[in-house]
Structures are given as C-alpha cells and as structure tokens.
Design a protein around this ligand. Structure first.
Ligand code: ADP
Ligand code: MG
Length: 731
C-alpha cells in the first residue's frame, strides 16, 4: 500500500510546469511576480516572459518535448493546438533550441477557420492565442502545451475560456463586496469545480464496423438489446479486466498531467463508467476535464477499446452526463458549507439564497449553456434531468427556507434568526444525505451539483453563466444593503463599523426573505422525471425548453445581452456570434447524422434486407415446387418486401428534408427545420430499419447490434498494446 502511495506522489504532476517546478526553475523574484500576475492580473514584461519561456523550454527539453503548442478552447467544444518546434536554424546549417517570451505570451491563428459566428470573416482572419499564466503548462505526447485564451484582432473573445475568466472576475468582485458588509476582507476568492465524467467503453473492432459510431459518436440504428440495465447490476459492479487496465493507465497518465482523478467506477448502463477528480479552481478543473476526455479516448485505443463520450450512444439504456459540482470559497473557507458558527450561517443562507435567485432568474441561459443536439437525446429521457431547471435542497434545508419565509420563528433581527437557525441548520446538514438524482441542480451538502451538462460538454459555458448569474445576485444584495445603510445614515448620522455590520445583517435577512419568496418556485424536492412535475412546472411558470432549437434563441434576448454586458462577460457581438456558431453546430450535427443514416440505409441495410428477402423468396419457390406450405416464409417475404419499399422511401424523404433544411438562411429557421422536419424523419427511418433488425437473421445483418456491442467478452489480444500500468502489479 505504502509503495503505491510513493509511486503516485512521484508521478503526480511530473509533466506539469506547476508551482514546485516553477519554484525550482525560476528566480525567486520572477516566480513571485508570475504568481502575482496569475492571481491579480497585470502586465507581463518582456524580461519576465523571456525568463519564464526559457525555463519552460529547458524543462520541456529535459522531459523529452521538442515542440510547444498554444492549447485553446474554440467554440467547437474540443481543444485545439498547433505544434511548433523549439527550433531556430542558424546560418552555419545548425540549429538551436529557442523559445522566446513573445512566443510564450502570444500566438497567431487563423481565426476564421474556427467557428466564430461571423466575428471573423476570412479576409480579416487574424486571431490571437494569449497565454493564461493561471493555468499551468504541461507536456503531453512530447509537446509542451500552453493553456491560452483566443481573441480576435479587435479583442473579441473567440473561445470559451475568455468569457469564463471574465465571469470569474465579476463573481470574485461581488463576493468580496458582499462579504465586506459583514466585516470580512478575504484575500482570495475561489470558484471550485469538480466535474464527474461518464463515458462508454466498447470494443474497437465493433466500433470500426459502424459508420454511425465512427461519424457521429452514437448509434443511429439498433433494436432493443435482450439485456439492458434492468438488473441494476452494472452500477458500481466489478470493472471488466480489460477496462480496468485501461482506466488504470488513464489514471496514471492523468496523474502525470496533474489531473487529480480520485474516483472510478462502473455506471448504471452496461459498458458505462465514470471517472471523477478532486475539485479544483474552475478554469483548471475545466482544462483538466478537457484533458481527461482527450486522454481516455486515446488510451482506450491502446487496449483494443473505444471510448464513447457521446451523451446518448445507445437508445434504451442511460446516456452519459457530466455533473458540474460547484462551490465558492473565500480564503479557503467554503461559503456553501453550513457551519455551526452563527455569523457564517447567515452568510451560508445568504449565499444559498443568491444561488437560488441566480438559477431562477437565468434558467434560460443555464439551459442554453448545455444545449446540444447530442444532449437533447439525453435530457428528459428517463435517466437524466428533464429540460426543466429546478433546484433540490433536501428536506431539511427546504424546511429552513420555508420557516424563514413564514417569518414566525425568524424575525428580521439577525441574532434571533441565528439563535434559532443554528441548531436546526446543523441538524439539517447531518440529515441532508438524501439524494435526488432527478434534480438538475441539487444542493449536496456543501456544493451545488448541476447535472444537466452532457458528457462531451466543455464546462466553460455553463460555469460562465453560473458565475455571472451568482455575481448578479450578490450585486443585488450588496446594492440593497448599501442603499439602506446610506439611507439610515442620512437620517441618523454615521454608524460605527460594528453597527454597520449589524444593520447589514438585518437588511440582508430582509433581502433574503423577499428574494426567496420571489424565487421559491424554482425549488422542487420531488420526482423530476414524473409527468406531474412537467404540469406543475408549467403552472409555476418555469421554462421547459426541450431542444437546443428552443433554447439557443434565448441567448440573444435583450435582457440577456444586457446581463452579460453589465458584468463585462460578453458584449453583444460576442453573444450573437455564439448564437450563430452554436446554431450552425446543431444543424451540422444533425445534417451529418441524417447523411450517415441515408448512407447506412442504402449501403448496408437495404442490401442486407434484400439478400435476406431474396433467400426467403427462393425458399418459398422451392417449397411450392415440393408442394409444401411455406406460410411463415411467405409472411416474412411480404414483410421484408414491404419494408424494402418503405425504408427506401423513408431514406429518400430524409434526404429531401435534409437538403431543404440546409437551405434555410437564419439560425432560427435552420434549427427549426432540423428540429421539426429532419429529426422526425430520422426517427421514422430508424424505426423501420430497427423493425427489420428484429426479423432479419444475424448472418445478414451488416453491423454489430446492441446485443454484441453492450455485452462484449474481451478485446482481441492482437489489438492490445503492451502497457505498463504502474499501480497494477497483478498482470
Ligand atoms: P457523487 O457521484 O456521489 O456525486 P463523486 O465523488 O463521484 O460524487 O463526485 C463528486 C465531485 O464533487 C468530485 O469531483 C468532488 O471533488 C467534487 N466536490 C466535492 N466537494 C466540492 C466542493 N466543495 N466544490 C466543488 N466540487 C466539490
Ligand atoms: Mg459520482
């Protein structure tokens, strides 16, 4: 056991230019200055950048990396990188290894080749990648990767990191402002994120046989498997040896990259698994999650396996999500941790209220932030939260909120509130171990868990919305406190600091009650999967944006543009660009799926059904000659013949509708055409082909079906590369 620990501590972060490495490779002054800039911002001088770049290069070369890359998050949802060698040719034909400060700080890309929603036309294509010193550089596959933000020549954000960083600035500022009213002046405010990553693992051999998995990441056809997840045996079940070896190797590679993966287990659906890290500062946790996705895909291949990150690779069983655990801390103290100190309990309730208000006010943006064609397949199916956003507090906390609103036990005096509140709250916390898996946004002891994001999602977008929304609620509360104190002072004269704090508590309690009353509709402890909730939610006026096509237009609503503008997170052009880019992405995803279905139908399924039908016809004919009744065959012949006609027709119709949809000119008409015309046609075609999979023999069927995909035995030995999993001594 001890030996394993030594190994982990040796490999953890060994490929990261982290704090310890920086300390070892930089002068004390440069190290200190770099930290200051990473924490508070500020200008990087050329000298400082040169010293850091040179140290990074030496460290990278010593660790086998001959290249560097600016690593960034365009609007595609994956990460991008362009590799440059540390190479400077000399006049005498030799070359030196070189990496300057300016190459570290800034790179240039072709901004127009990434989705940019019209922000970058091809003739003005310049985009810049700018080093984010708060996220450590790392070596991956022999390349020094430098986390960067991507902006246009005219300083518009072209990526997902810039708005996230801006939202953090806004939230940190508002947290400090609100806490100052209670005599607290934290040096560091941190937004913590812990993303749980779900995924499927299947055999690479099976994957390679299905054009839908290859092109779309999900099966577009497939009849119901004999065995799904009915027996609930897979959740936390033993991990298949092949998969376990893959997970161990993935863990170790991720540990080297400083990703603190601590949990791995089997999930509910067959072949489904989860990995979760220890939470970290938001942008770093998100970088690490993006790295996790890249690594698990790559490493699975070395084990003869394929990792599917799609939200809904298979119908009839659960899809995959990525729970976004979120909390706020000030100088290391979690503001969502209900402690037993009265003063902090007031703060806890206040922070809780702010999050409640934030989620209710911005349901639309939260929904839009995780909207994708793939996630639409998962949300609202009987496995993931519905498309309606609501919040679960747990019974005890909910009662506290209700008591607070009733105002009997809790008067507006802070001491009374806290005296009465503390013991209850402490009890509540102990009792809040119940879970509500059906809730999209649940309080889980000392953090909120946003469960709507899909497994492929880059969590920057939803955290940008969440941070900004909570910043706004803090802002509203502070503004009220400040106004009321100013008013009281104008009547009674200046207050002492102590009196101000007491008054702030009183005003905060009043604000809290009013705010809770206004936003209580978002609280729901019941079953989010039930039809009754959909009705009830409608009564409460909560949004139910079922598809991406319904959700995306909310991005550009005037009030939302003003909201993002007010907190300097996105300006109007940047928001419109995102709307256009995401709408195009939605349409392109569905267009590729439709094309893939048509291709598979014409090149795989129809020939297979035809062959089967032909063989049946021959059998019928032969039996006729022998004067033997062929009742079953004749019925099958009729069915397959009819299916051939209706499947070809369904494919032709889908082709026509896809072509029509592609001609739509505005994001809204484009998306509506896919939602209303193309998707139903896809569904119809699938239904017809799947019905044939029920009756056409396995030997005709051209692709491995669900029974094979979901219940594989083991990877073919020749596919498995020799891997050295350090923490696995058993093989
Ligand atoms: P479960 O599946 O039971 O929800 P897991 O252990 O799989 O729990 O994942 C919980 C995630 O929440 C982990 O990534 C963990 O680090 C993270 N987490 C725990 N505490 C906090 C916190 N205060 N803020 C943000 N994330 C947290
Ligand atoms: Mg978990």
């Amino acid at each position: 056991m001890e030996e394993e620990n030594v190994e982990i501590s040796e490999i953890f972060g060994s490929k990261v230019f982290n704090d310890a490495t920086q300390k070892a490779h930089l002068s004390h002054q440069t190290y200190k200055k770099l930290h200051e800039i990473a924490e508070k911002g500020g200008r990087l001088t050329k000298e400082l950048a040169d010293e850091v770049a040179s140290a990074m290069k030496d460290w990278a070369l010593a660790n086998g990396a001959a290249y560097y890359a600016h690593w960034f998050q365009p609007l595609t949802g994956v990460t991008s990188e362009k590799h440059n060698a540390f190479l400077s040719p000399q006049t005498d034909g030799r070359a030196l290894a070189k990496f300057s400060g300016s190459e570290l700080i800034q790179g240039e890309t072709d901004g127009s080749s990434f989705p940019n929603g019209g922000l970058r036309a091809t003739f003005e294509a310049r985009g810049y990648t700018i080093w984010d010193p708060a996220s450590p550089a790392f070596i991956r596959n022999g390349i020094l990767c430098i986390p960067t933000a991507m902006m246009s020549y005219t300083t518009e954000a072209l990526d997902k990191r810039v708005p996230l960083l801006r939202s953090q600035v806004a939230l940190k500022k508002q947290v400090k402002r609100l806490l100052s009213h209670f005599g607290k002046e934290p040096q560091h405010v941190t937004i913590n994120v812990g993303p749980e990553q779900e995924f499927f693992i299947i055999l690479e051999d099976d994957f390679a046989k299905r054009p839908d998995l290859i092109n779309c990441g999900r099966t577009l056809f497939g009849k119901k498997p004999i065995k799904g997840q009915q027996l609930s045996e897979h959740y936390y079940g033993t991990i298949r040896p092949a998969v376990d070896r893959f997970m161990k190797e993935a863990n170790e590679k991720l540990w080297e990259l400083g990703v603190p993966i601590i949990t791995k287990h089997s999930e509910v659906a067959p072949c489904q698994h989860e990995m979760a890290p220890m939470y970290e500062k938001g942008p770093i946790a998100i970088d690490h999650n993006l790295l996790t996705m890249s690594e698990i895909k790559e490493i699975a291949g070395r084990h003869g396996l394929t990792c599917l990150l799609h939200e809904k690779p298979f119908d009839y069983i659960n899809g995959s999500g990525k729970h976004n655990n979120w909390s706020l801390s000030a100088d290391g103290k979690n503001l969502l941790d209900p402690s037993d100190t009265p003063e902090e309990n007031l703060l806890f309730l206040l922070v809780l209220t702010c999050v409640i208000a934030a989620v209710d006010r911005h349901q639309d943006l939260l929904r839009a932030s995780i909207a994708s064609a793939a996630n639409d397949q998962r949300l609202g199916a009987d496995e993931a939260p519905p498309a309606i956003i609501s919040m679960f507090l747990g019974d005890d906390l909910y009662k506290i909120v209700e008591a607070l609103l009733a105002g009997e036990k809790y008067t507006s005096s802070d001491t009374e509130l806290l005296d009465a509140g503390v013991p209850m709250l402490a009890d509540a916390v102990l009792g809040t171990t119940d879970r509500n898996r059906t809730s999209p946004f649940a309080f889980t002891g000392n953090k909120f868990e946003f469960r709507m994001p899909g497994s492929q999602e880059n969590l920057s977008s939803c955290n940008t919305v969440l941070n900004t929304a909570v910043a706004e609620a803090f802002d509203l509360c502070s503004t009220e406190i400040e106004k009321k104190i100013a008013k009281a002072e104008s009547v009674n004269g200046k207050m002492s600091a102590r009196d101000k704090r007491r008054a702030a508590s009183r005003f905060a309690v009043a604000w809290m009650k009013r705010t809770l009353r206004k936003h209580k509709r978002i609280l729901f402890n019941g079953n989010g999967y039930s039809a009754a909730w959909e009705k009830e939610a409608k009564k409460r006026g909560l949004l139910n944006l079922k598809t991406t096509a319904d959700a995306l237009p909310y991005l550009i609503k005037e009030e939302n543009v003003l909201f993002f503008n007010k907190y300097h997170v996105l300006d109007e052009a940047e928001i419109v660009a995102r709307y256009v880019a995401y709408a195009e992405y939605y349409a392109s995803t569905l267009s590729i799926e439709a094309s893939c279905m048509i291709y598979m139908t014409r090149h795989y399924y129809l020939p297979a059904i035809q062959q089967c039908s032909f063989d049946i016809a021959r059998s019928v004919e032969k039996k006729k000659g022998l004067k033997v009744a062929a009742t079953a065959e004749t019925a099958l012949l009729k069915k397959t013949t009819a299916a051939l006609a209706s499947i070809s027709k369904a494919a032709d119709t889908l082709e026509q509708l896809n072509d029509n949809a592609l001609n739509k000119r505005t994001p809204k008409t484009l998306n509506d055409a896919y939602k209303n015309e193309v998707l139903p046609a896809m569904k119809k075609l699938r239904h017809e082909v799947d019905a044939m999979e029920e009756i056409v023999g396995d030997r005709y069927w051209p692709v491995p079906g669900y029974n094979k995909l979901l219940h594989f035995v083991k990877a073919s030995p020749e596919k498995i590369q020799i891997v050295n999993v350090k923490s696995d001594t058993s093989y």
